[in-house]
Structure formats: C-alpha cells, structure tokens
Write a protein that binds this ligand. Structure first.
Ligand code: ATP
Length: 232
C-alpha cells in the first residue's frame, strides 16, 4: 500500500502554487515535508486530500486514483487529513468529537485503539473539547482522523504551539501509527522533531520539491542546517 503523488500541480484561482510535486509514502513509513513559510506545504496536503482540486498530476492510494475526489469520499477511501488548526467542536465532548471521525464507517471506529494511543483522553471523554489543553486538542484531532481507520494520514504541523514535551508525545504517537502500518505524511516547521522520527524527508521551496533524502542525509547539507536547523 502506497500513497503516491505524481507531478501534482495546484493553486488558488489563476495563481499556481504547486509545480510538479512528486513523492511517495509507503505503508509503515513516515515522510516529512519541510520548507519555509509559504513554500506550499499546506497547499500540497490540501491538493492531496482534494480540498483543493489539483490542476495537473495525480494522487493514488493503493493503486486507486483518488485525485481531487470530494473530501468526504477521501475518508472512506482510506485517506485522513488532520489540518493545521486542530479543528475540534469546542462545545461537544471529547467522545462526540472522536465519534464524528467514524462517520464513514470504513472501520468500526475503534475508540479503544485511539485511547490506547492517547491514554490522556480516557478520563476526559465527557469533557467539552474546548476546555482541553492545546496538546490534548491535537490528540483529539488526530484521534478523530484515526476513527475512520485510515490507510494513510496527512498531518499539517501537529506540533505548532505545543510545549516540547507534548511535541515529543505527539511524535511518539506517529511512530506507533507507523508500526500499525499507516502511511504517514507529516508537514512540519519543527524540523528537529520531524527529522527525529521520519524515514525520509522532502524539502519544498516555492511550490517545488528541491531536495529529498533521509533526515540523516539531509542534516549533512549546510543549506538544510542553515535554513531549518538554526545552523546547528
Ligand atoms: P506555512 O508553513 O507558513 O504554513 P506553507 O508552506 O504551508 O506555509 P501554504 O500555506 O501552502 O504554505 O501557502 C503557499 C502559498 O499559497 C503562499 O504564497 C500563500 O500566500 C498562498 N495561499 C495559501 N492559501 C491561499 C488562498 N486561499 N488564496 C490565495 N493564495 C493562497
């Protein structure tokens, strides 16, 4: 099972943002996409997920062409997108927020499996999601995506605004998803954190893939260290 992006192009109105972007994420693999502000990372995830209709290229999951399918179809096809803003329904309980992810009924919505990944949510199932900490809300957002029993998951900056300890917790969970055989595509500004867990990394600039390799290979490159790792 592989999520394959081939020569994808997308933009907003007449403004072309993504150009000829290709990448692959296999089952049981974490691929991270890094790049400076405005490089097109969010746009890439939106085009892969079909929220934004690609203007060229294609996206396949397990060999099935899913390019530009309606978002509500994507979940039932096995692709889940966890957007940047941790969209929780603040007045709904944690349990109701999670249950919303099971609406496609691709899987049975395995709440126990989600709680195993995020034990912190167990005692908070009845709590309004709006009263959770930022980290816990991120866990709900990811957990909700998992309730659809996806084969591939797209995550847009799950670490943003979180304390280092919570970031580490979220990254750990992503490694568990890899162990469970998901294809994980992770957009991150926190390059240190994402390089710590990723099998491969893709660097984007101005809507194009300019570098790719293992994190280990990429950190050897001065341009990567200077641009994304504070020169360290
Ligand atoms: P960041 O890390 O800052 O979130 P990014 O790499 O995710 O950046 P995108 O959000 O994909 O970048 O934005 C890529 C380009 O597309 C930017 O120049 C941005 O201004 C533009 N853009 C994003 N959304 C829209 C929109 N709805 N309409 C027009 N242009 C947009």
């Amino acid at each position: 099972m592989t999520l394959k992006v081939e020569s994808l192009g997308a933009g907003y109105g007449k403004l072309a943002i993504l150009h000829d972007v290709s990448l692959e994420v296999a089952a049981g693999e974490i691929v991270t996409v890094v790049g400076s502000n405005g490089a097109g990372k969010t746009t890439l995830l939106r085009a892969v997920n079909g929220i934004l209709k690609p203007t060229s290229g294609r996206v396949t999951l397990d060999g099935t062409d899913i390019t530009g399918r309606p978002t509500e179809k994507m979940a039932s096809l096995g692709l889940t997108h966890v957007p940047e803003n941790r969209l929780c329904f603040p007045s709904l309980s944690v349990r109701d927020n999670l249950d919303l992810g099971a609406w496609t009924r691709r899987g049975k919505g395995d709440l126990d499996a989600v709680l195993e990944l995020f034990p912190r949510l167990q005692p908070r199932l009845g709590q309004a999601a709006g009263t959770l900490s930022g980290g816990e809300q991120q866990m709900v957002a990811i957990g909700r995506g998992l309730m659809a029993d996806p084969k591939a998951i797209l995550l847009d900056e799950p670490s943003i605004g979180l304390a280092p300890k919570v970031v580490a917790e979220i990254m750990k969970v992503l490694t568990h998803l890899r162990e469970r055989g998901l294809a994980v595509l992770l957009v991150e500004q926190n390059v240190r954190a994402s390089f710590g867990i990723a099998d491969r990394a893709v660097v984007m600039q101005r809507g194009r893939v300019v570098l790719e390799g293992t994190p280990h290979e990429l950190v050897e490159l001065p341009e990567v260290r200077n641009a994304y790792l504070g020169g360290a």
